[in-house]
Design a protein around this ligand. Structure first.
Ligand code: FAD
Length: 319
């Protein structure tokens, strides 16, 4: 039997959010040589409490999801390396990575790489709200109606957004959760909105406010009122921001991996990108940005990686 080279990992998992940690769990149980490198800024840590993760009917905060996943992985003796993968390049038989860790740069080699680097939300520019991360953790500003729209049903809902994305999110909320929805474009014009989408918003009763927001009033743990530049006062129970995501796909793009116009990576049925041996899971992939979806990608990718590790080296990614 061919002996594996000891200094080459079977897989380098880049990112230790829900997707990366799930991939690691599968790889650990397949008894693979792998390492998780995590820069420690998961989007999952922003979740005040999630009610759409199966098995947690009472809801579970994002930080607890992460803690539980890390503790689960630790049972298999796997540990996370706190660092950032700064570069990833192809080499014969796999990939070479440069990892920045505590001021030093470390080099790692791996036959496969799994990118689970996530994304960040584009932040709304709101007056009187200097600490936006705190506002998100307190639920004053929300990012994801698929995640927590159910908890806002029947309430007065404002959506910050513009263009097709903002209109689409306002429409989703109006047809699913509330008949009192206002789209706040923060001063962006909506004249170029597709007429069919505009008609849909009208039919769903979505009001569009194109004035910029001049002031906010925070009361009792929520944004109670917004004042527009024109002096109008608007009152809502819940505020969503729908300005989109920036995907952490630089490493994959540098290798030439295909992505959609928004930057999210395209993968095949094995969660493999268009670069052979480079897999992707979670928010970096074009799909709905949900924990269970990312965990699904991760399970599929890890299993395919495991199965490919049994193949001769010439089947592995070429240099
Ligand atoms: C406020 C809020 C509420 C949400 N509520 C829910 C909910 O109720 N249910 C739900 O399913 N989803 C929810 N989501 C979405 C959910 O957080 C994401 O879908 C999920 O975190 C994606 O997991 P991930 O592992 O792909 O990425 P992340 O959780 O973002 O983790 C990615 C990790 O990769 C690291 N990383 C990035 N680049 C590098 C690099 N070069 N080297 C090393 N590490 C790197 C990052 O620092 C980070 O730690 C919510 C999101 C927000 C913002």
């Amino acid at each position: 039997m061919r002996q594996p080279e000891r200094d080459i990992l079977d897989c380098l998992v880049i990112g230790g959010g829900p997707a990366g940690l799930t991939a690691a769990l599968y790889l650990a149980r397949f008894r693979r040589r792998f390492l998780v490198v995590d820069a420690g800024e998961p989007r999952a840590a922003w979740i005040p409490a999630s009610h759409n993760i199966p098995f947690f009917a009472e809801g579970i905060p994002g930080p607890e999801i992460l803690e539980r996943a890390r503790a689960h992985l630790a049972r298999y003796g796997a540990h996370l390396l706190h660092g950032r993968v700064a570069a990833l390049r192809r080499e014969a038989g796999g990939f070479a990575a440069e990892v920045e860790e505590g001021g030093a740069t470390r080099r790692l080699r791996a036959r496969h790489a799994l990118l689970a680097t996530g994304a960040v939300d584009v932040e709304p520019d709101l007056p009187d709200l200097p600490d936006l991360p705190d506002a998100v953790r307190r639920g004053l500003v929300r990012y994801c109606p698929i995640c927590d729209g159910y908890e806002s049903r029947g309430r007065r809902i404002a959506v910050i957004g513009h263009g097709a994305r903002g209109a689409g999110e306002a429409s989703f909320i109006a047809r699913t959760y509330s008949d009192d929805v206002t789209l706040l474009t923060l001063g962006r014009g909506m004249d170029d909105l597709d007429p069919a989408l505009r008609r849909r918003l009208e039919a769903e009763g979505v009001r569009i406010v194109e004035q910029p927001v001049a002031a906010l009033e925070v009361q009792g743990g929520r944004i109670a009122a917004l004042r527009t530049g024109g002096g109008e006062e608007l009152r809502f129970d819940v505020l969503y921001s729908a300005l989109g995501l920036t995907y952490h796909t630089e490493l994959a793009r540098a290798l030439g991996a295909a992505h959609d116009p928004s930057g999210a990576l395209l993968v095949d049925e094995h969660a493999q990108t268009t670069v052979k041996g480079l897999y992707a899971a979670g928010d970096v992939v074009r799909a709905i940005d949900q924990i269970v979806v990312g965990m699904g990608h991760a399970a599929i990718a890890a299993t395919h990686i495991h199965n490919r590790c049994g193949l001769p080296t010439q089947e592995e990614p070429e240099a």
